[in-house]
Design a protein around this ligand. Structure first.
Ligand SMILES: [Fe+2]
Ligand SMILES: [Fe+2]
Length: 334
């Protein structure tokens, strides 16, 4: 995911809807929804649809950028040159995902500065999963396998999202997420074929990450207030609980091949449902972490704000260069 799509305060102001042709525009929009056609930035859209997209796409962008940190911590400590090169490429991909998604959000009449400010001041949310620490090298593999695996499950349906720029951004992102999942699984497979201590390290990491990963899909459908509308708008295609179930069903076999035990005594095949049952999740923990009180929230935000401040000179230099080029172009035209 990284798209829990939670309500948050401070959304952009309402667009005026007093125009006489709004009813016509609304009918045109509804017709496009009915035929599953894409909405593009220049098309009219209801303000609530625009706001929902701004919230979801910006939360997604923030998650990609904050998500660089847990694994970024391990770039200098990767166990081999090969693993270091793979991890560098993966973390850079996540930065790229954030940039595509900020660009997609900007097509909805919001500025990147405002979105970034909402993140830095704690008004915007990002995926709860990135507030957990990466204690060992096995965590890096487990993030690839499980966190990116869950992200793929969540993001594949977004390639068919009704908003064109978001859907198109997701196509490339999903291809890269697939590499992320495979590199994580490959790193864990190498450790599981190694020493007893390495196998224990993988199992310990799986034990810590399994339940937080299941919470990445967001609150249960019964408690997910936004879902019905976002599904009617073709933004969300599959419900939180259905995505979570798909993920559990797909991951059990991968865990068996890897040789690790998923830490849930309630995890068992239900022949009647044709799915795996699993134990209830600790939603109190989820809300605590998403609302700022997880193991690493303060550290993640402080690191992000510092990186932004340290990068001020790059933005200033880029602006000065762009102004100089514009002046040169004007002078040539004169
Ligand atoms: Fe990503
Ligand atoms: Fe990823």
């Amino acid at each position: 995911m990284y798209t829990q799509s939670l309500d948050l305060p401070g959304q952009p102001a309402e667009r005026p809807l007093a125009d006489a042709s709004v009813a016509d525009r609304q009918s045109a929009f509804d017709a496009r929804m009915a035929e599953d056609a894409k909405i593009e930035p220049m098309d009219w859209m209801p303000d609530a649809y625009r706001k929902t997209l701004v919230r979801q796409i910006s939360q997604h962008a923030h998650s990609e950028i904050i998500g660089m940190q847990p694994e970024g911590n391990w770039i200098s400590r990767a166990p081999s040159l090969k693993r270091k090169a793979i991890l560098l490429a993966k973390v850079q991909d996540e930065g790229g995902h954030g940039l595509y998604l900020y660009s997609a959000a900007e097509t909805l009449d919001v500025s990147r500065d405002d979105l970034v400010d909402a993140l830095h001041t704690g008004r915007a949310k990002y995926s709860s999963i990135f507030n957990y620490p990466t204690l060992t090298w096995a965590d890096v593999g487990v993030i690839g396998w499980l966190v990116d695996g869950a992200a793929i499950m969540n993001q594949i349906p977004l390639c068919r999202c009704s908003y064109g720029p978001y859907a198109r951004a997701m196509i490339r992102i999903c291809k890269e997420e697939s590499f992320h999942q495979r590199q994580g699984y490959d790193a864990l497979l190498a450790m599981m074929r190694g020493t007893e201590a390495q196998r224990a390290m993988v199992q310990e990491a799986v034990d810590r990450w399994w339940f937080p990963v299941l919470m990445m899909f967001g609150p249960p459908d019964a408690a997910s207030t936004n879902s019905t509308q976002t599904m009617a708008w073709g933004i969300k295609r599959i419900s939180n609980d259905d995505l979570r179930q798909k993920f559990v069903d797909a991951t059990v076999e991968q865990a068996r091949i890897l040789g690790v035990t998923l830490p849930d005594p309630g995890l068992q095949w239900n022949a009647e449902r044709g799915h795996y049952d699993y134990s209830p999740l600790d939603w109190e923990e989820f809300w605590r972490v998403i609302n700022g009180d997880g193991p690493c929230n303060r550290e993640r935000l402080a690191t992000r704000v510092k990186a932004h401040e340290d990068g001020a000179w790059v933005r200033e230099a880029a602006l000065a260069h762009a102004e100089k080029r514009a002046r040169r172009t004007q002078a040539k035209a004169a």
